[in-house]
Design a protein around this ligand. Sequence first.
Ligand code: ZN
Length: 320
Amino acid sequence: MGKYAIGVDLGGTKILAGVIDLKTGSVIGYSKKRTKKDRGSEIIVKKIIETIEKALFETDIKLADIDSIGIGAAGQVDRENGILIAAPNLDCYDVNLKQILEKEFNLPVYVGNDVEVATIGEMKFGSGQGFDNFVCVFVGTGIGSGIVLNGNIYNGATGTAGEIGHIIVETGGRHCGCGGAGCLEAYASRTAIEKRIKAYIKKGHKTIITKFLEEEATIRSKHLNKAVKEKDEVVQSCIDEAAGYLSSGLASVVNFYNPELIILGGGLIEAIDYFYDVATRKTVLKSLPTPAKGIKFAKARLGDFSGIIGAAMLKKYREK
Ligand SMILES: [Zn+2]
């Protein structure tokens, strides 16, 4: 086992690659590339290779000192064969990342899903250290989660466990991107909150978000936080509603799984303390007394680097 590994976070809008110290989890150097208009496997693979090379260049570490490469991709993956099955945001399908990158760098390559590697990162070097049974929930444009069971990631029978965003919180409710209706993601994601606020604005309600929307088409989490701090009624009620639904989803997890800890991460959680506070408080109130007793909550600690740190750990993790 070498001292360093490369971790790659292949997201829907950016590629982040970093050289990680396997002992401490620290990021020695990293590189980031946007994938704004890039679509298709050929260009994405080319960009992944460039980002890895750039990350290495940012350090004094040579390729010979690198142990392995790990990739966490926002999409469906075949862990065993290292294939990116589908990343619709990047228009990439059936890309054998393992084969291509092993040939390019002559190093073992491991492929996982983005939420899975972020959870591994939190387990090894973040808020999950010292816990064997917990759930990591990431709330951003969508809602996903990683399940840690007896110190291992639980992937489920066909590899998709943790789709907490599609827990149904309102039978026959709002349409969801998955084709279903009433899913948590349609109520508590940043996208859902944004839709609600825009609907209020359309109806003539006053909010400071209108001002931000003159500059940007999407509503940023930090702007939502500013609005909450300024007691903006529209935003406050939308955040309250979303936190209520999130707590319903989390209470279901508490009752069903009885975890020691729930780690919350993602853009909305990082930016809005109020959202985190309301959601966690209500989760305890809605859960059964016994599993709620002693349940701990923590914010994800590794932030934007959780993906690259966890991805770099993939070899070590899979071989244990
Ligand atoms: Zn859904």
